[in-house]
Design a protein around this ligand. Structure first.
Ligand code: AMP
Length: 191
């Protein structure tokens, strides 16, 4: 299994697990959020376009995001596989990804959904906010962000549930334990 998508709420340890999975499988990580941030930092035309939306906390339009992902997935290093993080986020993006992969003659193998109890996520995010000095991240704000995340994600998850390729992994507990769970559902030898 080399073509994966990872989905998980804020605080689920998704970023950490994404690095471990890509290292273990020898595939590239493609995070649309990271690509946008790098372009904003570099002041590229794409970054200038994306920044207005990102600053407002909105999604970058599908036309811009889809083009960027299409370009990225056509690069040579994707030949061994990829882990997409942060994309697709809308139903139109699911359709676009289907098209891109179909044209390349490949399919998505697995959608990995990290799950976690919401009280535990709130506790983790509150702790993180304290460490990072983000006083405006109150419990209410965090709970709202998690609710929004859940609603938006469900649209995408439902599309893949229909295809029977979603695997759930409990994201709670020790980081190594979670990695072991992930590798187990991916049928990868954890050694
Ligand atoms: P993230 O780090 O994944 O939360 O992404 C940071 C920001 O980049 C988001 O708030 C959006 O503005 C933008 N972004 C990332 N991925 C997407 C996507 N798939 N569709 C639209 N906007 C995105």
């Amino acid at each position: 299994m080399t073509r994966l998508l990872i989905i998980g709420p804020p605080g689920s340890g998704k970023g950490t697990q994404a690095v471990r999975i890509t290292d273990r499988l020898g595939i590239v990580a493609i995070s649309t959020g990271d690509i946008f941030r790098a372009n904003v930092k570099g002041g590229t035309p794409l970054g200038l376009e994306a920044k207005k939306y990102m600053d407002a906390g909105d999604y970058v339009p599908d036309s811009v995001t889809n083009r960027m992902v299409r370009d990225r997935l056509q690069q040579d290093d994707v030949a061994n596989g990829f882990l997409l993080d942060g994309y697709p986020r809308t139903s139109a993006q699911v359709d676009e990804l289907d098209d891109i992969l179909k044209e390349a003659g490949v399919e998505l193998d697995v959608v990995l959904q990290l799950t976690a109890d919401s009280d535990e996520l709130v506790a983790r995010l509150l702790k993180r906010a304290e460490i990072e000095g983000r006083a405006d991240d109150t419990e209410d704000v965090i709970r709202h962000r998690l609710d929004v995340y859940e609603k938006q994600t469900q649209v995408v998850v439902d599309r893949y549930l229909e295809r029977g390729i979603v695997r759930h992994v409990d994201g709670l507990g020790d980081i190594d334990e979670v990695t072991a769970r992930v590798l187990t559902v991916l049928d990868v030898d954890p050694a």
